[in-house]
Ligand binder design. Structure first.
Ligand code: AR6
Ligand code: MG
Length: 301
């Protein structure tokens, strides 16, 4: 059988960047005119996803200190990418000598961050360990701890990584549907907040809910628990087509670049890179470099 896993890897990372680039142009616009606004420029979501991929490739697996230093190096070169408040603080603390797995615990009065920043960047972990669920869980959690230590932040990243892995696996089997995908996620997480949202997602799919209800029930904001399953839902509801999935995602409003990035990563992993509109791929900033990272990750398999 022709193995097109390589195309799924490329589709995932390019899909993440395309969804981010589309979403950041639409933030607050609520425009359906996705063709005319796409300029291919992406934000911190893709910048950090690149950092995750670079470090996994350089170490042939996870190395926490190396990944933290990679985030810091990339951030210092392009601090204007739209980073939220948490990560730059953590970067400063690590530079002043706090260990990479301690610094982020200090955020938000010691609660740690539950922002979606650990989930938006995690796609390369979902790819590299798509066929090893426990390794995937471990590394997705560990890479979160560099900046996001709150349980809702880490679990969001773990669920997003597993969704990417499921998308790769679903693409290899003709027997899957949206409900089975959600059931697999339900079997994967024991976190009650996410389990409640998974049940909601099943109901929303069944009733073909409108956008307003989807946003009300699943969320569209910067918190991981109010955006990760929204992205999963955007993919599942538009299972057949990459462009429909990311267009739907960015039209939900709210944190459009990140929900676009996470939806694009899952949908791109399912459909493969050829399914991403060529005019979007052609405009994408650093396309060749992102493709090279996907190739290198695939070569590590
Ligand atoms: N308590 C209160 N608010 C919180 C908490 C908490 N424990 N944790 C997070 N927040 P941050 P990120 C809120 O700063 O996750 C970019 O635009 C708080 O309002 O850790 O990397 C990307 O495109 C905080 O500012 O950064 C994404 O949209 C916010 O969550 C987003 O930023 C983000 O958490 C990713 O941000
Ligand atoms: Mg962003």
């Amino acid at each position: 059988m022709f193995d097109d896993t390589r195309s799924r890897f490329l589709g995932c990372l390019i899909g993440c960047a395309v969804g981010d680039a589309l979403g950041c142009r639409l933030e607050g616009l609520a425009s359906l005119d996705v063709e005319s606004v796409f300029d291919g420029r992406w934000t911190d979501d893709t910048h950090m996803m690149i950092g995750v991929a670079e470090s996994l490739i350089a170490n042939k697996g996870f190395n926490g200190n190396h990944m933290a230093q990679t985030f810091i190096k990339n951030y210092e070169q392009e601090p204007w990418r739209g980073y939220a408040s948490g990560p730059p603080k953590v970067f400063r603390w690590i530079k002043s000598g706090v260990p990479w797995d301690e610094a982020a615990k200090q955020l938000f009065g010691g609660a740690g961050s539950y922002g979606n920043g650990a989930a938006m960047r995690v796609a390369p972990v979902g790819l590299l360990y798509y066929d090893d669920t426990e390794k995937l869980r471990f590394v997705a959690h560990a890479q979160s701890m560099i900046t996001h230590t709150h349980e809702l932040g880490t679990e969001g990243a773990v669920i997003q990584a597993y969704s990417v892995a499921l998308a790769v696996k679903a693409s290899q089997s003709s027997e899957w549907d949206s409900y089975e995908f959600l059931e697999k996620l339900m079997g994967f997480t024991s976190n009650e907040t996410y389990r409640r949202k998974l049940k909601k997602a099943v109901e929303l799919l069944k009733e073909g809910a409108d956008r307003h209800k989807v946003v009300k029930e699943l969320g569209n904001s910067v918190e991981a628990h109010n955006s990760v399953l929204t992205a999963v839902y955007c993919f599942l509801r538009n299972w057949g087509n990459f462009k429909d999935a990311v267009t739907y995602a960015v039209n939900l409003g709210g944190d459009t670049d990140t929900i676009g990035a996470m939806t694009g990563a899952i949908s791109g992993a399912y459909h493969g890179v050829e399914a991403i509109p060529e005019q979007w791929r052609n405009k994408l900033e650093r396309r060749a470099y992102i493709e090279k990272l996907a190739e290198d990750l695939w070569a590590l398999k």
